[in-house]
Design a protein. Structure first.
Length: 331
DNA sequence: GGTTCCCGCCAAGGT
DNA sequence: ACCTTGGCGGGAACC
């Protein structure tokens, strides 16, 4: 269980009396004390040998993809608890990864604890569909404050967020740099009802929480090879992300994924365009996906360039800076 | 001192 | 009632 090099063999067994130097009767409470004492005779493994970086979701996802390759042969079944055990992590972490991968249609929830792993076999056609969805949601216009934000998902937010995040790259020009502040402000509708009822502090926490989720998502998308993190920007300290759409773990050079600069029609994947409701199934938690009809029912949110909240102002500055950078980057 | 994001609590939903 | 799934935010590592 513990990777402690100092333990080379089974520890010597001690009789309690050897430890306590007493042969008389001990009460249950004393017994507990005693056992605690005994435990202290053994080296206690550190709570965690691995460092934070080694436990990152990106690395965990890398390891996951070693077990279940994106470009494997056919479909395979995946047991969540076994996978968690093999990777040496808690099951909770597996949900973080599998939910995003499921949102990318790399896996399908079959039954309790069981998923069907498809790898990247459906990814091409799915990305095409995502791009269309993004266009239908008018995400490019949303980015520029000219269209209402898509409604906030009630369920499967991690998966829906991941899809919308990816849509942003797909609807924007190639090499477009996107940061998380922008993404959250665009992807999550926090303007309508909630804005009037929530305090600035609550809005702040809500926003930060969504940014945290996007970090998780970004790490998995990086691991898949769809986006990359770009540093080296002195003004915006925060990292920005760029769509690369290449399977890093690919050996097949023809494994192309849709890119923002290529018309969707160019890609002729083997699969048909997937239905819009990405999370199909009976589960209420799985039904949430923003359809076009839904988004168009929504009222228009805050008009552009009228910052009424701290984040809007930050977004404005960030957007100006990113526009400047993007203009420099885009050929 | 701000950013990044692991960790695990706990509630919603499923069986 | 118990179990599974996953939203969520505290707080610590990292920069």
């Amino acid at each position: 269980m513990f990777e402690d090099d100092s333990i080379v063999s089974t520890p010597k067994r001690y009789v309690l009396t050897e430890v306590t130097n007493s042969s008389s009767y001990v009460s249950p409470t004393a017994n507990l004390k005693l056992l605690t004492n005994v435990a202290l005779h053994y080296p206690t493994p550190p709570p965690s040998t691995a460092h934070r970086k080694e436990k990152s979701l990106q690395i965990l996802c890398d390891k996951f993809l070693d077990l279940y390759p994106l470009l494997g042969n056919g479909t395979m079944e995946l047991q969540l608890d076994c996978t968690a055990a093999r990777l040496g992590v808690e099951k909770r972490r597996m949900y973080d990864i599998i939910n995003i991968l499921e949102a990318m249609q790399c896996a399908v929830h079959k039954k309790k604890n069981t998923y069907l792993w498809h790898g990247a076999s459906r990814l091409n056609s799915f990305l095409k569909m995502l791009k269309k969805q993004g266009e239908n949601l008018r995400l490019s216009e949303v980015l520029r404050g000219r269209a209402p934000k898509p409604p906030a998902p009630k369920h499967k937010t991690l998966g829906v967020l991941a899809q919308r995040f990816l849509m942003l790259f797909l609807v924007e020009p190639p090499n477009r740099l996107i940061n998380l502040e922008m993404a959250v402000s665009v992807l999550i509708d926090t303007n309508s009802k909630s804005k009037s009822t929530l305090s600035p502090e609550q809005l702040d926490r809500q926003h930060k929480s969504k940014v945290r989720r996007l970090y998780d998502i970004a790490n998995v998308l990086i691991s898949i090879g769809l986006i990359e993190k770009v540093y080296g920007n002195s003004i915006l300290k925060k990292p920005v992300f760029r769509y690369i759409g290449k399977m890093k773990k690919t050996e097949k050079p023809d494994m192309m994924t849709p890119s923002p600069n290529t018309p969707v029609s160019v890609y002729q994947g083997p699969q048909q365009i997937t239905p819009c409701h990405v999370f199909a199934g009976r589960s209420k938690r799985k039904l949430e996906f923003t359809s076009v009809a839904n988004s168009e029912k929504l009222g228009v949110t805050t008009p552009p360039h009228t910052p009424s909240h701290k984040w809007d102002e930050i977004l404005l500055v960030a957007d100006m800076e990113l526009t400047r950078i993007n203009n420099g980057v885009t050929v």
